[in-house]
Design a protein around this ligand. Sequence first.
Ligand code: PMP
Length: 287
Amino acid sequence: MNVTYLNGIKVDNRNLISLFNPSFLYGINCFEGIRGYYSNMKNQILIFDLEEHIERLYKSALILEFKNPIESKLLKDQIIDILDLENIKDNIYIRVTFFLSGESSWSETENISYLINIRSMQSDLLNSNNLNLGLSSYKRISSNIMPPNVKAGANYLNSRYALLDVKKRGYDGALFLTTGNIISESTGSCVFFLKDNIFYTPSIDCDILIGITRNRILKLINHLGFKVIEKKILTDDLKYYDAVFLAGTMIEIKQVSRIENYTYEINNTLILQLINKFKNYVYGLEL
Ligand code: PMP
C-alpha cells in the first residue's frame, strides 16, 4: 500500500515536480514521519502521537518561514480522512512534507505545497537485534548553524555524513557529539542510557531534534514509576552506563550493545518492561 496526496488531491504520477524545483535542488523542506499501528482488536489504525507531530511540523515551518499551505486542524482531518477513504488495515508510515512549490527561489516563503504519503511499514518492536554505534567525527549541527530542532530535509545531510563515516569503521549507526563535545543523538533517533534503574537522556540544549518518541518515552518511564534525568552527558560518562537504547519513529526502540569500545547489557529487564509498555501504548492498550 502506497498512496500520495499533493495539496489534497490524490496523485499517481511520480513526475510531478520540476527538475528546477528549489526543494529538489536545495533540500529545502520540512516534514514529519509518523507511524500508525493497526489494532486488530479495535479494527482501527492508531496514529502515534499525531497532535505532537503536527505541532512540531508547524514549528518547523515557522522557523523556515514557510507560509502554512493548510491550517493544522484541516491537515490533521485530511490525514484521518485519507486513512478512512483508503480503508487501510496495516501498520503504516505517514510522511507529511511541506516544500517550495514550482520553480521559485530557495528563499521563497509564500508559495508552499504539502504532500501526504502513506505506505505500509511493519513494526520492528519485537525484533531483538541490537546495534553497535560509533562516535562520528562529524559534529551535530547546532542552532546557530542549522537548527537541529527543525525537522528539515537538509538536516539529513549532517546525518548522512555521520552514518557513512562510522559505517566505514564497521558500525551499524552513529552517535553525534555537539560542537562542544557533549553527547547529542543518533542520525535519526534520540539516545537513552540506564544506570542502576535510573534513565538518562541528553537534555534539549544538546542540539537534538526533540523526538516525539523521546517525549513519549519520558512519560512512559515516569508512568512505570522510574526516574529519568535529562542532562548534558559527556563521552567519559559512557563507561558508567549499564544499558543503552535508541528511540525514534523509524527505529522505534532499539537496544545498543556497544558504543566504540564500551559494551552494554542487552535485554535488561527494565528496558524490556519499557518496550512492552511502549508496545501497549502504540496499540492503545494502556495510558
Ligand atoms: N533525531 C533525529 C536527528 C531524527 O531524525 C529523528 C527522527 N525524526 C529523531 C531524533 C527522533 O524523532 P521522532 O521520535 O520524532 O521520530
